[in-house]
Design a protein around this ligand. Structure first.
Ligand SMILES: [Zn+2]
Length: 249
């Protein structure tokens, strides 16, 4: 089997082998053993690094989950991401969400292209945390949990400028000030944030980078997306903590 793939994980195995976790376009998640990769065989050298975008040839025996990595060609290694601490930290959050969100034999072209898009934009040093927010809002949709930002999740009335809103991360919905039970229900959300996240849900991928998100809107967006992600996957996102201490807040 031949496919394009992104390296999501890479671990030594025994004396000379490496086990890689790949996100492939054709079959989703692949766990593959690269025999002899540690002995710097030419066909693998400098290719099996985190975030590398590869073209791979794999074989897998029926009924087995471990594939055999026969060949790997490098499309790009995203060198800037590997050189810059903040970019690396942001890419690590994306990687962690992908590792919990993608499955074997469940290819997803939209998530694949979205992931590649974010790595390319990060590598170009473009507003890294905004890229993360844009990635997450679409990623949640593609795994089946598009947050509803159009209407209040309780009264079903459309968002209007006269009301205040908060986001309920346990249900992926917004709640208007008229319906909110207490000041502790949900995370408050400004109209600016609602508006930009809604645009991010619907813009074509090739235009997504034109959305500029910064300042308090970016903070708010990341706060609700982080919280929603933790609820969806029922786990802490470890690399988020690392990202928080890297770079600019
Ligand atoms: Zn309401």
């Amino acid at each position: 089997m031949e496919t394009d793939a992104i390296v999501l994980d890479c671990n030594d195995h025994g004396e000379s082998d490496v086990i890689v976790t790949l996100f492939s376009l054709e079959v989703g998640r692949i766990t593959a053993i690269a025999k002899g990769a540690k002995k710097s065989l030419r066909r693998f050298v400098n290719k099996l690094e985190l975030f590398s975008f590869l073209h791979v040839v794999c074989t897998r025996k029926a009924g087995k989950s471990l594939s055999f990595l026969a060949e790997a060609d490098l499309h790009t290694s995203f060198l800037n991401i590997r050189k810059d601490l903040e970019l690396y930290a942001v890419a690590s959050v994306i990687r962690e969400f992908l590792l919990v969100g993608i499955r074997e034999d469940e290819p997803d072209e939209r998530i694949f292209h979205l992931s590649l898009w974010s790595l390319h934009k990060l590598d170009l040093l473009q507003q890294p945390r905004a890229i993360l927010a844009l990635f997450l809002i679409r990623f949640f949709e593609y795994v089946g949990y598009r947050p509803d930002l159009e209407t209040c999740g309780k009264c079903a009335i459309q968002v209007i400028p006269q009301k205040k809103y908060s986001f309920d991360p346990s249900r992926g919905r917004i709640i208007c000030s008229g319906c909110v039970n207490s000041s502790t229900e949900g995370i408050s959300l400004s109209h600016g944030t609602i508006k930009i996240l809604r645009s991010a849900q619907d813009l074509p991928l090739e235009r997504l980078h034109r959305l500029k998100i910064s300042g308090t809107i970016l903070q708010e967006a990341l706060t609700i997306l982080h919280s929603y992600g933790r609820h969806l996957f029922q786990r802490d996102i470890i690399s988020w903590k690392i990202m928080k201490v890297c770079g600019k807040g």
